[in-house]
Ligand binder design. Structure first.
Ligand SMILES: CC(C)(COP(=O)(O)O)[C@@H](O)C(=O)NCCC(=O)O
Ligand SMILES: [Mn+2]
Length: 884
């Protein structure tokens, strides 16, 4: 593949004309789930949307969940809707203000004070935290589009979801930005139906600014086709220009883009999507573009096209590199046959026509880019959001939308239910709440792999649910499986790149390459097999009620649907890694309101482990320094066995109590760390303990400086944190190293969260002076501190133990997108310890850091053990790499 940084790459943008008509159902109801910001005082007017956050302040009690944000200088509303109204499709982009479920607890405040986390440089945060939604309608169904806008009150221009739906009609001056011919054609209709004026934006301007935004802000926006599959291209944002933007609409335009707002149309051809549709309609009597395209998939063009083999008696013309199957002349075969139009199959005609036109465009582009001076190294790339460039550009044309400032690491694309069905012809008004969403799914989505054939639904009038039509394409959900899904773009201005990554540009979080089909199939099977257990846990965590069962069922359907979709088209949601799959599962649980499926299990295991902690600490304290360090590391590895995401481990839990399993696991530990039943010796030992020990304890008379600050990326609850990581933290603290426990922001499997840690630490501190002193110094024992006399506080040890959240809710971690508090904590850190399979094996196994790094995990999966360490399940990894 040519270097992604090659100049003059061509981005091919396929406009509405040659797209399938796509689904419109807006199923992302999440903004309704989010607690609105109470009490912010925003004067609503409807002139040009602007957002003035100067003087923004938290109003009221800081302790309160979701405190109100006061914008004293905000006089205008931020608009959140833009349209591209083409001849065949309407693309709509809207922004939903999204109040994060922020909990500004004591821990957070202390951490912010201590680490100096401010929002100062992020002028838009948290105001602009929100979501961009991408929706499509057929232009012929413009009324559905208007209903959609109306039902979501998108035309009212308010940024405050509390006011949606609003009874207040938009004021006379309300405007919506729109591009495309329909912006002219339907201006009166918008005024009449919604009371808003359309402000027309230049189409080409919009295309270019939309493309520039996508290429700069979305990591894997562009992809190429390589031997039948899609390969995502990482574009260097500093080396983006110039590029050629090819817009295939009714006709084709080629635009040379030299920068933001700098472009010129360099060429074009009148043979484009309109030609295919027009000729196709005349020749096949097809009624829609979709139908024509669908026909082509069943066609055989050799009945119509004259092939090289037809001329050369079935032979290749190898001398000039033409194979027998090369088209010598499109439609050429029809001259010599004495047949009429009716004698040819419409599907064959459609395919011949499609090939004729697409090859022609390809050839034209090839010639043009050659002429343009790229000397043949131009690379054709496609964009995931291909159809939305115009609408995005229109959105960008609002002043102060804040998108210009966003960087790749501040955007997260998510695929709520409905995402697997982009491409289907499901129409209707937005789903109001979770209940409606589940009802919709019960009608449309069958369990498991059958999901590609949805069950037609009764007419809306009889369901009371409103406007869902039967998918039109004869029971097939998508006529083109290789089409890509467009998710909801979450704008999270608080995310940052982990500052200790040695080289963020080359960093790849995932260890296993899922583009290997065997791997993909294996992990899909693992996740599918795990599903019923997970649903049981999730339903139980919500009290096992009928409502919980129904949500559990819907979750299972939704997640199976995602898996089936990704199996069919692994690139459907962008570049796919195991971390994405595991995160998708957690997101899917949250979507169906399972916020912590393993809550009870976590509590039970924490209690059991805390009960034996004093004995463990005593045992550790009786050991020599050398032995203690070894025992501590072994303790971490052994306790990592408590993993409710691993099939093998869960089976184990039936065989004994938590403490029995922990003891058994510790007893089996022997260096080099491996499973005791292993016979042959070909395994790759990943045991860098000696190097780590030397760095910690030195050798001979050399006593090394202790690390200044260690970041401990902790993993599971129970024994893992209590009997593994906390004792290790205690050792570091004892040696004078500040310790920051880095835990998940949101629950994932049985992982411990940053919210849960202070209580666990407080319990552990009851048995240990070192932990107590450090926790007090780190502000973790807020209640305990308030009881302590001031004089005593001054004498407490200064080495603190802190807790920060990592910014994610997954068993893995992508270090390109972490919380601002973690990024702040990292600034003074010189040791990173990553623990657990998700964080140190599935992801980050090959990550290089600017500081010392220790990766500790038990391999709780046979295939991974074989692949990574040529070993067996329950082998352990201790990988130590000094600062690079
Ligand atoms: C989900 C996990 C990464 C969690 O492991 P952890 O990070 O807690 O050590 C791991 O349990 C896993 O990869 N499970 C799937 C494989 C299996 O069931 O064998
Ligand atoms: Mn875990």
């Amino acid at each position: 593949m040519a270097s992604p940084t090659t100049k003059n790459h061509s981005h091919i943008e396929i406009d509405d004309i040659n797209e399938e008509s796509q689904q419109i159902t807006e199923k992302d109801i999440v903004e309704k789930d989010m607690a609105p910001l109470p009490g912010s005082s925003i004067h609503r007017s409807s002139s040009r949307p602007q957002l003035d956050v100067s003087g923004a302040a938290i109003q009221g009690n800081f302790e309160e969940k979701d405190p109100a944000i006061l914008l004293p200088n905000q006089t205008d509303d931020i608009s959140h809707l833009a349209l591209d109204i083409g001849g065949s499709l309407i693309k709509l982009i809207y922004f939903s203000r999204h109040a994060d479920r922020q909990v500004d607890d004591g821990r957070k405040r202390k951490v912010k004070e201590r680490l100096g986390v401010t929002n100062g440089s992020r002028r838009s945060y948290p105001i602009l935290g929100g979501r961009l939604h991408f929706v499509k309608f057929e232009t012929s169904k413009i009324n559905e589009c208007l209903d959609f806008i109306h039902s979501k009150q998108l035309h009212c221009g308010g940024m405050d979801p509390r006011c949606w739906p609003s009874d207040a009609p938009p004021s006379e001056n309300a405007v919506i930005k729109a591009t495309g011919g329909g912006a002219y054609k339907f201006a009166d209709l918008f005024k009449e139906r919604l009371g808003v004026s359309i402000e027309k934006e230049d189409e080409m301007n919009c295309l270019v600014s939309g493309a520039n935004f996508l290429l700069k802000a979305i990591r894997h926006e562009a992809f190429t086709h390589m031997e039948g599959h899609k390969e995502f291209v990482q574009i260097d944002q500093n080396d983006l220009f110039p590029y050629l933007l090819v817009n295939i609409g009714s006709g084709v335009s080629m635009i040379k883009v030299d920068g933001d707002g700098q472009f010129q149309r360099v060429s074009g051809t009148n043979v484009g999507g309109g030609t295919y549709w027009g000729l196709g309609r005349l020749l096949t009597k097809c009624k829609s573009f979709d139908e024509l395209l669908e026909l082509s998939q069943r066609g055989d063009n050799s009945t119509i096209d004259m092939l090289v083999g037809d001329i050369y008696g079935g032979m290749d013309y190898s001398k000039i590199g033409l194979s027998a199957s090369t088209i010598a002349s499109s439609f050429g075969k029809t001259i010599s046959e004495n047949k009429d139009l009716e004698d040819y199959k419409p599907e064959d005609i459609s395919l011949s026509l499609l090939r004729m036109i697409s090859y022609n465009i390809g050839q034209f582009l090839g010639n043009e880019s050659l002429l343009d001076g790229s000397k043949g190294d131009a690379q054709a790339m496609f964009l995931r959001h291909e159809g939305f460039l115009g609408a995005l550009g229109a959105f960008m044309s609002y002043e102060k939308h804040g998108l210009d400032d966003l960087m790749v690491h501040q955007l997260v694309e998510r695929f709520p239910m409905g995402a697997p069905y982009i491409g289907g012809n499901v129409h209707g008004p937005p789903l109001g709440d979770l209940n409606e969403k589940i009802s919709w799914m019960e009608k449309f989505v069958r369990k498991g792999t059958e999901i590609t054939a949805p069950v037609p639904m009764a007419p809306p009038a009889t369901t009371g649910l409103g406007g869902f039509e039967v998918p039109s394409s004869k029971g097939v959900l998508r006529s083109d499986a290789s089409k890509l899904n467009v998710g909801v773009l979450h704008l999270v201005p608080s995310l940052e790149v982990f500052p200790l990554l040695a080289d963020p540009k080359t960093y790849e979080p995932n260890t296993i390459d899922l583009s290997d089909h065997g791997e993909l199939e294996y992990w899909f099977t693992v996740l599918s097999e795990h599903l019923s257990d997970l649903v049981d846990k999730a339903v139980a965590s919500e009290g096992g009620t009928d409502d919980a069962k129904r949500r559990g069922d819907a979750f299972a359907r939704a997640f199976s649907a995602h898996l089936a979709r990704l199996m069919e088209e692994p690139a459907a949601y962008g570049k796919l890694g195991l971390a994405n799959l595991l995160e998708l599962r957690e997101e899917c649980l949250r979507e169906f309101h399972f916020f912590d499926a393993y809550r009870t299990i976590k509590q039970r295991e924490n209690e059991a482990s805390l009960a034996v902690l004093p004995d463990l600490l005593m045992e550790l304290d009786s050991l020599t320094e050398d032995m203690r360090l070894l025992t501590l590391i072994e303790g971490v590895l052994a306790a990592n066995i408590f993993d409710w995401g691993s099939r093998a481990c869960v089976d184990l839990y039936h065989k004994g109590t938590i403490i029995e399993i922990y003891r058994m696991s510790r007893k089996k530990m022997q260096r080099p760390w491996r499973a005791s039943e292993r016979k042959n010796n070909i395994r790759k030992v990943v045991d860098d303990f000696d190097a780590f020990k030397e760095r910690m304890l030195g050798s001979g008379d050399r006593k090394p400086q202790p690390h200044k600050r260690a970041l401990l990326f902790v993993d599971n609850s129970g024994a893992d944190i209590v009997l593994g990581m906390l004792p290790l933290a205690r050792e570091l603290l004892r040696r004078g190293t500040e310790v920051v426990l880095v835990a998940n922001s949101l629950p994932a499997l049985n992982d411990v969260t940053a919210m849960e840690l202070p209580d666990i630490v407080a319990e552990a501190a009851k048995h240990c002076d070192i932990l107590r002193g450090a926790a007090e110094a780190g502000g973790l024992l807020v209640d305990a501190m308030s009881n302590i006399q001031d004089g005593y506080k001054e004498n407490t040890p200064s080495v603190p133990l802190m807790v920060v959240e990592n910014g994610c809710g997954s068993p893995c971690i992508d270090l390109r997108q972490v919380s601002s508090e973690l990024a702040a904590a990292a600034k003074d850190a010189d040791l990173v310890i990553l623990e657990g399979m998700g964080r140190s094996l599935h992801t980050n196994y090959n990550a290089k850091f600017k500081c010392d790094a220790l990766k500790l995990a038990m391999v709780k999966n046979q295939r991974l053990a074989a692949k990574l360490v040529k070993g067996n399940i329950y082998d352990c990894v201790c990988r130590y790499e000094p600062a690079s």
